[in-house]
Ligand binder design. Structure first.
Ligand code: OW7
Length: 406
């Protein structure tokens, strides 16, 4: 379906118009056929419903993410354009900014979340994984989300940040809200807002230095302020980024891992036979069921991209999860294969905004899948998986399952 240029803003060629709603329950429940429809329609499509450009192809998603000078993050990485709409919270100092502000924030967070720092927390992450999986093998009948995928990150990550135990479940509500806020103000967002209540002030209170254990990730941000690398006004907002991005993402990375291992028992058998596959297996989960499905960019100048003429201030919706199943990039993309080693997947984004916490996420995935391989012979689904629809995240609310020990 194509439309004349004055309607679709394409001067070089007619651009396919699609009337699908990527934030409808239907799309969010099963996005992959819609991704295929968009990819097949062209490198860039126009979504009438929201009046924006979109791409679900690997080449264009990657190219746009690496073109920060034209595809800005400072106008928000959701549907809302911060140049014309009030952001739902003060913008993130790393996610929702461009260089040079981004460069300063990024340097501080990158050092705190570096591979070297992971060596220091690895033993504790492994210990907590062993404790939890031992308890769940004992319990046998579990909910993969409540008992494992949500519990583990809520234990190890806030511990590493240096947060007290009190009220940690708030981090799940906050993450749900933040990731819903990148989409439209639909019913999913509204339900999230209802549950949100006092969580925002709880979060900002936890970002204060007095609330953070000395030498945890949070305190290390304040130490960067002590050295003058950032200001004391910036420090709590950078701690907020840990609390926004560091829990619901890995909860769903682990939840989607459990879902895949239960759905593809022959793949889980390979992991049990070779626990060293834990790391590549987690990468394949991220490709196959990407926890963060989408991000937006905003053009800050007129842009010609993939043969399409875009105006200034256009929103562009990038389907990371669509890029991760693009048959132009991957052999049999709809096949889950833990031996694939899917280098170049877009689940952590790409370019200057590529996930700064990816070493933490990979560590959590690795130690949980390793502990499972060593302690659980088989994972059986014992009931229908229940989805938790979110405007950005691919998430489950419940995964009934049985752990059968060796
Ligand atoms: C932040 C996974 C993308 C995010 C997501 C949500 C919030 C933030 C970052 O990274 O506040 O910086």
């Amino acid at each position: 379906m194509t439309v004349p240029q004055e309607q679709c803003q394409s001067s070089a060629q007619d651009v396919p118009h699609l009337d699908i709603d990527p934030f409808s329950d239907d799309f969010l429940s099963m996005p992959y056929p819609y991704h295929a429809q968009m990819r097949d329609a062209g490198p860039i499509v126009w979504l009438d419903r929201y009046g924006l450009w979109a791409s679900a192809r690997h080449e264009e998603v990657k190219a746009a993410l690496n073109d920060w000078d034209r595809f800005s993050s400072a106008a928000g990485v959701g549907l809302a354009n911060f140049r014309t709409e009030k952001p739902f919270r003060p913008p993130s100092l790393i996610l929702e900014v461009d260089p040079p502000q981004h460069t300063r924030s990024r340097a501080v967070l990158a050092r705190i979340l570096s591979p070297k720092m992971m060596q220091q927390v690895r033993a504790e992450f492994e210990r907590q994984a062993d404790i939890l999986i031992d308890a769940l093998v004992e319990k046998r009948e579990i909910d993969g989300i409540k008992d494992l995928a949500a519990r583990y990150p809520l234990r190890v990550f806030p511990d590493a940040v240096g947060l007290s135990d009190e009220g940690r479940e708030n981090l799940l509500l906050y993450g749900d809200m933040v990731f819903n806020s990148f989409g439209p103000h639909n019913a999913i967002f509204a339900r999230s807002v209802e549950r949100y209540g006092p969580v925002s002030s709880w979060i900002m209170d936890k970002c204060r230095r007095e609330q953070l254990r000395p030498d945890g990730f949070g305190d290390l941000i304040y130490q960067a302020a002590d050295r003058g690398e950032i200001t004391y006004e910036e420090a709590p907002l950078l701690v907020r980024s840990f609390l926004s991005a560091g829990v619901d993402t890995t909860v769903n990375g682990l939840g989607n891992s459990l879902y895949c291992m239960a759905a593809f028992p022959e793949q889980y058998a390979k992991l049990v036979a070779t626990p060293a596959l834990a790391r590549p297996a987690f990468e394949e989960v991220l490709r196959f069921e990407s926890p963060v499905q989408t991000f937006f960019r905003t053009t800050i100048k007129p842009v010609e991209f993939a043969g399409v003429q875009m105006k200034e201030n256009d929103k562009v919706l990038l389907f990371l999860a669509g890029a991760n199943r693009d048959e132009r990039q991957w052999k049999s993309p709809d096949v889950f294969d833990i031996e694939r080693k899917p280098t170049g997947h877009m689940a952590f984004g790409s370019g200057i905004h590529g996930c700064v916490g990816q070493a933490v996420a990979r560590l959590e995935g690795e130690v949980i899948l390793t502990a499972l391989a060593k302690k659980v012979k088989r994972i059986e689904s014992t009931g229908e998986p229940v989805r938790r629809l979110n405007n950005t995240l691919r998430a489950f609310g419940s995964l009934p399952m049985r752990f059968i020990p060796h």
